[in-house]
Write a protein that binds this ligand. Sequence first.
Ligand code: ZN
Length: 174
Amino acid sequence: MAVLPIVEVPDPRLRAVSTPVEAVDDDVRRLVADMTDTMYAAHGIGLAAIQVGVEKRVVVIDLQAEEDAEGKPVRVPQAYINPEIVSVSDELSVYNEGCLSIPEQYAEVERPARCRVRWLDTGGARHEEELDGLLATCMQHEIDHCDGILFIDHVSRLKREMLLRKLAKQRKAG
Ligand code: ZN
């Protein structure tokens, strides 16, 4: 297992459309383990494979919503291989989203409040589930990555340019 470098904007790889995983084998399971380590090391709640430079439709998510007795987040990592949105709700919800590929920039993004998603687990078994709340938002954000879409594509051009300018300034400041 390893912590991998995270691809950041404006790296063109973030615009690639990732290809489906053909067989859930040990290579895919190793990728999932590395992605999970990388997500935790970066204090993220979700990561898509393209964010570590791998053009495969693989996503890991752990909202770490619960805390143990010592106040540490409880880790329950989940891997979603070839995740696919089957349907979405008409009802929308707004979350203040961030992204490990656009460090420390946040914006409110409106997305369907619920989505029905199909995926394979690391054993190759099929799942289909209706997701809501932060998990629904996070899943849509990560599936967007598999299609080369970033959360800043969902906000106005003005807001997007402002976020990218802030990021450039922050990088200059080191
Ligand atoms: Zn992201």
